[in-house]
Design a protein around this ligand. Structure first.
Ligand SMILES: Cc1cc2nc3c(=O)[nH]c(=O)nc-3n(C[C@H](O)[C@H](O)[C@H](O)COP(=O)(O)OP(=O)(O)OC[C@H]3O[C@@H](n4cnc5c(N)ncnc54)[C@H](O)[C@@H]3O)c2cc1C
Length: 766
């Protein structure tokens, strides 16, 4: 029993002081990925998060779906899902939680972090102070946990500010900005009119609803906006693009407020206002008499914390800006990429009569330089997530969570390199040093666009590689559905420079007509926007079913994806295929309102944005390929692709694919002399084109159907070294129990998906 006597002195809370290599402030997705990356490199890592769950805006406390360059599959960024740690997290979440339950996503995240033995996780622990040893170096952060009444001093060699508002970099004295730049400063024609549009995005509070068997009444609280006010002043409730009274889940991202206020210090005031709006809208749904269909609906959850979009941005040696995004500019120190639209919102938020967002896409993904992840003022602090060195306009794109997560991994890897070499964060931006980071990121499954020259160390380079078969794509089989050409449809085919192959497709016409077929490519080889028309043909079609030949005379200028576009004609059906092949996609000139894709992007004034069409795939189970014979066969799936450092399709598929019939496909590696091997890493195809929204959206399949699921590895004497079953992961690491000496390795791979050939992007052996 404790029976402590009274004291005339005040007492102190318990105080614990700890030492780490790397301290991460903020357990949003950027902080989580930074912590995991550094921990996996062998550093002791402290992850401090002020809330009881990880994930920040992506957690069950706020419930936003994590997204990045894939942009809900609604723009032309093909195979653009972020790689590395965020890929691992989203693939795992889709595997366990394809329904998108936010609580399960919390579980997946916490499981990932707790399984890293080098991470010490401090939940419910809020950083509120910083100790510096000199003007440029932080030595510790001070935090408090109200649950265990303990104050912590976390000493570290390096720090990452992933706190959203930037508490660490702010207290440490780094230069920051809030609000929008003038358009002259970075030549940003899309920079907003600060008075009319405003210069900050506001916060949002979500609510969740559910249907019940019986009528449910609702009595609004005093602080709710009245239903009359909602009807009169919130014009979005009259717009079906925004408002659906039966929507279940967090669909009302436009309940936004606070962009004209101080989005840090006025947060509590903003929250109360947002509660008023959320309950007011619910009152309007339940009690205005306009929505009898909502009679049995009830509120299941209302957010307790608003999701924050924008506050401080810190200034680094480079500020990424609009032209970097739109022109897809090259940077020597590119370390990751973005691809969400530039997505700005009127600062008046829910009370604005303007569109709730103003989204403009670039023609493909763009590089983000390392210089955006450090500050000019601090030598041992990195900045992550929505804090990075970006202008307000570029931030409109870089701020999304999968982009932030990939940046988090950059920081964790960069910190490890700095710790090892005793470098300042800025030392790593030197041209001869940055490639160390770039190589490490690529080796860990990340993608850096337009950076193709880096060779990753692997015993593969010394091996003779043979495979049991290689797909020569002479036919996408004619076994699928007939589909009306109600929207223009294109088959993307990886073709070589020179003559375009002859195609034969099947059509069924209700009457005599003609079909317009266009051959298109992208103006930039690495993009997938079909903005260059090489040739147009009009082919006569008679009534009924028939085969037609498509023979283009144009020459393909370089190896790239070509788009064979069958333009809309509702009198025609095209034959599709049930066969899916890695790196082969059909796309449609379609509308995806979720990302402001109306089929074509057409800026009405000169805002420095390009005009182009959107050609996007359908999600599974739709999205079959257009069936066709191809002559000569496409030969883009060679064994040599296994040695490429690019593990996704870009200007070519970059993948080895076995023949359709070779369902137990094999790879043999022969070395002239025995080599020592301790680790084999395989990169499988988990469909980088699939957005994998973390919550709410829901997905058709939990396991990506292209992914190899059984892997058997044998040595030169046919001893089984590894047996991987039921794989669903992109990156399959096989750590051998003991290092082995061998001059031969055989891998047998299979894939239980019928109608999908076995494939593999890459193989590293060390
Ligand atoms: C309504 C809304 C809709 C959006 N839509 C999307 C979308 O569809 N897809 C998408 O990907 N992105 C979307 N975004 C953007 C995205 O959510 C944010 O830009 C992103 O969360 C930024 O990531 P972050 O890790 O920097 O910050 P956060 O996710 O905010 O994470 C920061 C973390 O740090 C913690 N923290 C803060 N202060 C402290 C402290 N003092 N001590 C310890 N911990 C601290 C916070 O609790 C939080 O967990 C949206 C944002 C909003 C608000």
């Amino acid at each position: 029993m404790i029976n402590e006597k009274s004291s005339n002195e005040t007492r102190s809370v318990k105080r614990i002081e700890l030492e780490f290599d790397f301290v991460v402030v903020g357990g949003g997705i950027a902080g989580v990925c930074a912590a995991i990356a550094a921990a996996r490199s062998g550093n002791s890592v402290c992850l401090v998060q002020d809330r009881p769950v990880l994930g920040g805006n992506g957690s069950s406390e706020v419930r936003l779906w994590m997204l990045g360059a894939t942009s809900h599959m609604g723009n032309n960024n093909r195979w653009a899902r972020e790689g590395g740690i965020i890929d691992e997290i989203l693939v795992e979440n889709t595997f366990r939680n394809k329904e998108g339950n936010p609580v399960i996503f919390d579980m997946v995240l916490i499981d990932k972090v707790l399984s890293e033995k080098n991470i010490s996780l401090f939940l419910n622990t809020m950083v509120y102070n910083v100790i510096k040893k000199d003007s440029r170096n932080v030595t510790a952060v001070i935090a408090y946990n109200s649950q265990n009444e303990t104050e912590y001093i976390f000493n570290g060699k390096y720090f990452c500010d992933a706190s959203g508002d930037g508490i660490l970099a702010y207290l440490a004295g780094a230069t920051y900005r809030i609000g929008a730049e003038d358009n002259e400063e970075f030549d940003e024609k899309f920079a907003p009119d600060k008075d009319v549009y405003g210069e900050k995005l506001g916060h949002t509070l979500f609510f969740y609803t559910k249907n019940t068997p019986n009528p449910v009444s609702f009595i609004a609280p005093e602080f709710a906006l009245t239903k009359e006010f909602v009807e009169k002043e919130i014009y979005r409730v009259k717009n079906p693009n925004y408002f659906n009274p039966m929507a279940i889940g967090c669909k009302y991202w436009w309940i936004e407020y606070g962009g004209r206020l101080d989005t840090i210090h006025d947060t509590e005031e903003i929250k109360y206002k947002l509660w008023g709006v959320a309950y007011g809208i619910w009152d309007y749904i339940k009690n205005s008499g306009k929505f009898p269909e909502a009679e049995t609906m009830t509120l299941e959850w209302v957010g307790l914390f608003p999701g924050k979009r924008e506050s401080r941005r810190f200034v680094g040696p480079y500020m990424i800006s609009q032209r970097d995004v739109i022109e897809q500019r090259n940077h020597y120190d590119a370390v990751t990429f973005g691809g969400w639209s530039i997505d700005l919102h009127p600062s008046d938020g829910v009370f604005s009569s303007k569109n709730a967002c103003n989204q403009w896409h670039s023609k493909g993904i763009y590089q983000i330089p390392y210089r955006c992840f450090i500050t000019n003022d601090l030598d041992n602090v990195f900045i992550a997530g929505r804090l990075i060195s970006a202008t307000h306009v570029a931030f409109g794109s870089t701020r999304v969570m999968a982009t932030s997560a990939a940046g988090g991994e950059v920081i964790g890897s960069a910190a490890s390199i700095c710790i090892k070499n005793n470098w300042r964060s800025a030392d790593l931006m030197e041209p001869e040093k940055i490639c160390i980071l770039q190589k490490e990121l690529i080796a860990n499954g990340n993608y850096i666009p337009q950076l193709q020259t880096l060779e990753i160390e692997s015993l593969l380079s010394k091996a003779k590689i043979t495979t049991t078969s290689v797909l020569r794509l002479s036919e996408i089989p004619f076994d699928g559905e007939w589909k009306v050409l109600s929207q223009s449809a294109a088959q993307m085919l990886p073709v070589e420079k020179g003559k375009f192959p002859k195609l034969t497709v099947k059509v069924n016409a209700v009457k005599k007509t003609e079909v317009e077929v266009q051959l298109r490519i992208s103006s930039k080889q690495f993009n997938h926007t079909p903005d260059t028309i090489l040739e147009i043909q009009n082919i006569d079609i008679k009534q009924g079913k028939q085969e037609i030949e498509v023979k283009f005379n144009s020459t393909i200028p370089h190896n790239c994806y070509a788009f064979v576009c069958f333009m809309k004609n509702e009198d025609i059906e095209l034959k599709f295929s049930s066969y899916r092949i890695s790196g082969i996609l059909s796309v449609f000139n379609k509308v995806v309102p979720a990302v402001s894709n109306w089929g074509k992007q057409t800026p009405t004034e000169d805002i420095g944005i390009e005009e182009f069409e959107f050609w996007c795939p359908e999600r599974r189970p739709e999205g079959q390929n257009i069936a066709m014979k191809i002559s000569p066969a496409l030969a883009a799936f060679e064994t040599s692709n296994l040695t490429s450092a690019i593990n996704r399709p870009v200007e070519k598929p970059n993948i080895w694919i076995a023949d359709f019939h070779d369902k137990k496909a094999g790879i043999t590696l022969d070395w002239t002399e025995a080599v020592s091997i301790h680790k084999i890493t395989l990169f499988a195809d988990t469909d980088f084109d699939h957005p994998m929204e973390s919550v709410q959206w829901g997905h058709f399949d939990n396991r990506m159907p292209f992914c190899v699921d059984e892997i058997l590895v044998y040595d030169e004497n046919d001893n089984l070294l590894a047996n991987v079953q039921k794989n669903h992961r992109t990156r399959i690491e096989i750590n051998l129990v003991q290092e082995i000496q061998t001059n031969k390795l055989t891998l047998q791979l299979s894939n239980s998906s019928e109608h999908i050939p076995v494939s593999l992007f890459g193989l590293h052996i060390i």
